[in-house]
Structures are given as structure tokens and as C-alpha cells.
Design a protein around this ligand. Structure first.
Ligand code: ASP
Length: 316
């Protein structure tokens, strides 16, 4: 796992620094935890004695709950800290928070922050493993890992699949982490968005295809991954109206007609029904993998906690 702190503190700050083999090993470990999570006794003692602090500067439902469950199922002591955004200033205050927590000797810090790069900054000031649970519009590595696990289990592979990532690419850390991970594992990635929500040059930067027309972008797709409009990260107006956006870019059965007939529908949540996705499509139990993604999220986060703490457990 990416060693961006002083050894032996290993962090998961993004997909970019991970080796392909590490990604595959994490997915293989997570596969085993999926089975554990389906049993009535879900508890292991792998992280017994270790302390995990979940530090969320931005709100979260799925990610925070699943990190909490993941830590508890592996036997860690888990503490949740939600930091009201109003009480937080950048720079010194973030570092002060890091140093305060550091003094309590946590073994893992799971951090979400509204600024890109803030989690990496914090990681430089603590003596424990740090997991990025989403930093601004930069990266959300565990989301990409759980998406990959969902795809691998449902489709049997990732290599050579055509995966259309649609919607607010510009502000989405989920998009960035997924583009990095899915192209690394051999998928053909397409980005489908209005020009205002798709930064120029992403095709060349990431080796992906870019579409502004939804039907053309979905043609022959195996996976359709929808993204939420991240209005909290927008200054000014990026779409004419939500109604117009749904008309042009909202996922409906009609637009899905050009995709493969068994194309899988994904969304990281939270969903805005009637904005980026029609509720009827999201709820189709045969085509939608949205609840699978939530299930895989717990298993993937268990795998990350397990891998990041292995060497700590081995230490005398
Ligand atoms: N939950 C995801 C994230 O934190 C996606 C979203 O918020 O739209 O980035």
C-alpha cells in the first residue's frame, strides 16, 4: 500500500499510488469478507487492541457507517468524530486536529475532508495509517475499490468491459478514482457529460473516450455508472436547470436502449432521483447494482483496514 508517510505508517490516500497487484490483492481479500459479512457471526479479532478514529469534516452516510462496521467487525475500537465545518479553518487548525488525535495513539485514521489534498496533509502529521474517505474532488479510493469489486463479482471480470461514467465528472472524486482504477485493470472507460461538467483534456490525460451525447456514450456499454450533481462544490451555474439536465443526461430506460441489454447500472449514492437517474431505473433489481455497491463497501473497507495494519500486527 502507498507508503507516503514515514515507515512503518502506510496510508491509502488514493488509487494513483497503488500498484496493480495491490489493487487485486485488496479485491481478493474483500471477496472473503463478503462471505463473512453474510454470516450471523460476523466478528473477527484481526484488529483487536487497535484504535480506529473516523474523522469526517464533510457529511457522509454510507462511507462512515461502513468504515465503522468494518472496523468493529475486525475487532478494533472505533471512535467517530464529526467535525462541524463551521468550526474548522484550513491550515493550522487541520494540523492541530491531526496532532491532537495523534496524541491519543490511534492506529488508523479514516478521514474525509472538503478540500482536495487535505487528507494527505494530515497524514504527514500523524504516526498512524491514514485512509482517505474522500477529499474534495480529488480521490475516494475505497469507493473505486468497492465499485471494482461489485463489477468483478457481477460480470466475472473488469478487463475489456466498456464502462460509461456519466454526469458531474468535474467535481467528482468518485469519477477520478474510478477512472484511475478501471483503466489500470484494463477496462475501456468513457466519460459522458455536458462540456461544463467535463474538464478539457481528460481524454488525453487518462486515456479515456469523451462523449457529450448520452445515447452515443452509452452505446454498447456493459456498465453505466451515474454520478450525483455535486452542487455543494459548484460556484455558479453549471447546468441550465435540473429539469433540462434530467432531459439530456438523466438515466432513463429510453437512453439505456443503446447500452447492452444486460448493462449494469451503478451509482455511488446519495442519489438524486429525477436529476441524474430515474427512480424506476435505480430500483430495477435485475439491472441496478446500487445496493450491491453498499454491501461491497463494508467488505472493501475491511480489506483496507486489514492490509494497512498487517505490519503493525506483526510488530513485536
Ligand atoms: N458519496 C460519494 C462521495 O462522497 C458520492 C457523492 O457524494 O456524490 O463522493
Amino acid at each position: 500500500m502507498a507508503a507516503s508517510g514515514a515507515p512503518p505508517f502506510r496510508h491509502l490516500l488514493g488509487i494513483a499510488p497503488l500498484e496493480t497487484g495491490e489493487i487485486e490483492a485488496l479485491l481478493d481479500t474483500a471477496d472473503g469478507f463478503v462471505e463473512l459479512n453474510r454470516r450471523s457471526d460476523k466478528k473477527l479479532a484481526l484488529l483487536r487492541g487497535l484504535t480506529q478514529i473516523n474523522l469526517f469534516f464533510e457529511s457522509s452516510t454510507r462511507t462512515r457507517t461502513s468504515f465503522e462496521l468494518a472496523g468493529k467487525r475486525l475487532g478494533a475500537d472505533v471512535v467517530n468524530m464529526s467535525v462541524g465545518v463551521s468550526a474548522i479553518k484550513k491550515g493550522e487548525t487541520l494540523i492541530d486536529t491531526a496532532m491532537t488525535l495523534n496524541a491519543m495513539h490511534p492506529d488508523v485514521l479514516v478521514v474525509r475532508h472538503h478540500d482536495s489534498g487535505a487528507v494527505a496533509l494530515l497524514a504527514r502529521h500523524v504516526r498512524c495509517a491514514v485512509i482517505n474517505a474522500g477529499d474534495g474532488s480529488h480521490e475516494h479510493p475505497t469507493q473505486a475499490l468497492l465499485d471494482a469489486l461489485t463489477i468483478r463479482r457481477r460480470m466475472g471480470r473488469i478487463r475489456d468491459l466498456t464502462i460509461a461514467i456519466c454526469g458531474d465528472i468535474a467535481h467528482s472524486r468518485v469519477a477520478r478514482s474510478n477512472i484511475l482504477l478501471l483503466t489500470r485493470l484494463g477496462a475501456q472507460v468513457r466519460l459522458v457529460a455536458p462540456p461544463t461538467l467535463l474538464p478539457a483534456g481528460m481524454d488525453r490525460q487518462y486515456g479515456v473516450a469523451v462523449f457529450h451525447d448520452m445515447r452515443a456514450g452509452l452505446e454498447g456499454a456493459d456498465i453505466v455508472m451515474m454520478l450525483r450533481l455535486q452542487t455543494e462544490r459548484m460556484q455558479g451555474s453549471f447546468v441550465p436547470s435540473l429539469r433540462e439536465y434530467f432531459h439530456l443526461y438523466g438515466l432513463t430506460w429510453e437512453k439505456l436502449e443503446t447500452a447492452r441489454s444486460d448493462a449494469l447500472i451503478m451509482h455511488p449514492g446519495p442519489m438524486n432521483r429525477g436529476v441524474e437517474i430515474d427512480g424506476v431505473v435505480a430500483d430495477d433489481i435485475n439491472r441496478s447494482a446500487i445496493l450491491d455497491q453498499v454491501e461491497m463497501g463494508v467488505a472493501v473497507r475491511m480489506a483496507c483496514l486489514d492490509h494497512l495494519t498487517r505490519h503493525l500486527r506483526a510488530a513485536p
